[in-house]
Design a protein around this ligand. Sequence first.
Ligand code: AMP
Length: 279
Amino acid sequence: MNIFTKTKDIEEYLLQLRQAGKTTGFVATMGALHQGHLSLIQQAQQSNDVVICSIFVNPTQFNDPADLEKYPRPIADDIQKLEQAGCDILFNPEVSEIYADHEQWHLNIGELEHLLEGKFRPGHYQGVTQVVYKLFNIIKPDTAYFGQKDYQQVMVISKMVQLLNMPVKLVMCAILREPDGLAMSSRNIHLTADDREHSLILSKTLNWVKDNFDSDKIVEIKAAAEQQITSEPGVELEYFEIVDGDTLHPANQNTKNIVALLAARVGKTRLIDNMIIRP
Ligand code: AMP
């Protein structure tokens, strides 16, 4: 695997590959890689000549400095996992390589950035679009792969690509889960043994909603789901919403594409999860 830390170097290398007619697939990550990340790499490998992964813990998308501080950074392990997965290129820049001092700008992508996650993490999606815009400009991938795990993020990036006519195709990849249902996440390592038990209520409830969706009105299903989660010890629900998967506005019985999304604190760890209820 070729590892680059400098923007200029990876740009030059990728230019040569493109000139040689190679297609490129890109997976952006913040590291602490798990099978979920690797499944994106595998999907990229199926349709591209060259796969590029970035590891960059983007400071501008953290609204809580303590969260940024404690974000796991096991770079040696990550490199080994990428090598084993057969990833071709790693881009692992320093913050100063991506941002100039006191850089302050953001893209206006409309209401999407203020709904759901945006309400609880103000400025988060401004940081996400900022860094993905920069990474797309550096990597210039033909196709970029993002996880459904961050459903709203996929929508936000797709809105940015559409508004700015960016020449990249986006692919949303399925959520990888632990055998007991917990969605894989770099943050799961912060869960204590008790938290880990309690965290199961999140995927259990999403499955319950999917299985029982047609048995009652949406408001009743949502209320029952909230009740299930809030009665679990050690779990503090931030939101549970059943929305139109195209707009993130509350769904009604006629909505075609329905997604249930949630965020909760389990112990000290904030987790998100979602499930497509009606594709
Ligand atoms: P992150 O490192 O958390 O920024 O995630 C990098 C990419 O991996 C994002 O597109 C995530 O949506 C995706 N991802 C994270 N967890 C999972 C998972 N459990 N299954 C599939 N994709 C995931």
